[in-house]
Design a protein around this ligand. Sequence first.
Ligand SMILES: *Cc1c(COP(=O)(O)O)cnc(C)c1O
Length: 345
Amino acid sequence: MNLKELVRHNIWNLEPYSSARSEFTGNASVFLDANENPFNMPYNRYPDPLQTKVKELIAEIRHIPAENIFLGVGSDECIDLAYRIFCRPGIDNVVAMAPTYGMYQVCADINDVEYRRVALADDFSLDIEAMLAAADNKTKLMWICSPNNPTGNAFSLDTLSELCRRFHGIVIVDEAYIDFSRQGSMLKHLSELPNLIVFQTLSKAWGSAAVRLGIAFASKEIIDIYSKVKYPYNVSDLTQRYAIDRLSCSDEVAEWVNTLLENRKTLIDKLSELDCVKHIYPTDANFVLVRVDDADALYSHLRSHGIIVRNRNRVEKCLGCLRITVGTCNENDQLINAMLKYEKR
Ligand SMILES: *Cc1c(COP(=O)(O)O)cnc(C)c1O
């Protein structure tokens, strides 16, 4: 892989904005460099543009050096930046497995980049030959989501490594649900695979969707390009403070994950006893994809009982399916009770 040939020329040659806070490093007590208001501490100051403390904590937790970490305003920013860094609008294309997370396509459309979808097999396994066959010399990125949203299955690390080795562009593996998965993380192969970018997020297992913090792991060369293209102060100081607190309590997160895995098992057991449920797909995430007798009717019924699930009835390969997030025991019981009422109606 030749990174320079993959990155858009204007981005490769970009002279990034140099903020007051990034030019100065060291100790000082009088800050008259950034036209801030000296009142209203601590909100008056611009945040650390490189989020040094947050990255150090993530580095410790994931055993990846801080220089291989980028932080964005949710994975959403990490996704959008991938297009802006690698894909020339109207010229380049990307290849993605389908069905998968909708934001990859939305960001492709916004950036005017052709989005090529390669269907998963009926059992939702990944066909890497078909992914490679869909690529040409204008294909800059491949999108893999593992565990996949909305199907719930994870792909083997061997398959994903092979895809990285055989494709000469960038492979992005979105691991938003990795903490719920039996399949390990691709992070253990990061140092051997220079074209791999792994996304994780604080929005799911870490219970912090509100604060908007997404993580990209990649080679230092790729991370440096991400860092020069982002808005200088993309991650607010409020988010950084919160993330430092949250990342310091990873024991609590592990407890949440254990509880949710138990609740997932109970939920699947109860769902499997219902007549309206035709199939429950295996899951490595904090949700289950279920095929039901009439997805639209059941969706409306649940909605009228104040229960919202995700209707995937019109998504390819997911006809007749609802995607159900694993909640608390109480929430899951409410769902099951409403489904029992649906069957008796
Ligand atoms: C929920 C989810 C995310 C999280 O996105 P954020 O912007 O970090 O909240 C990322 N990828 C996938 C596949 C998801 O399902």
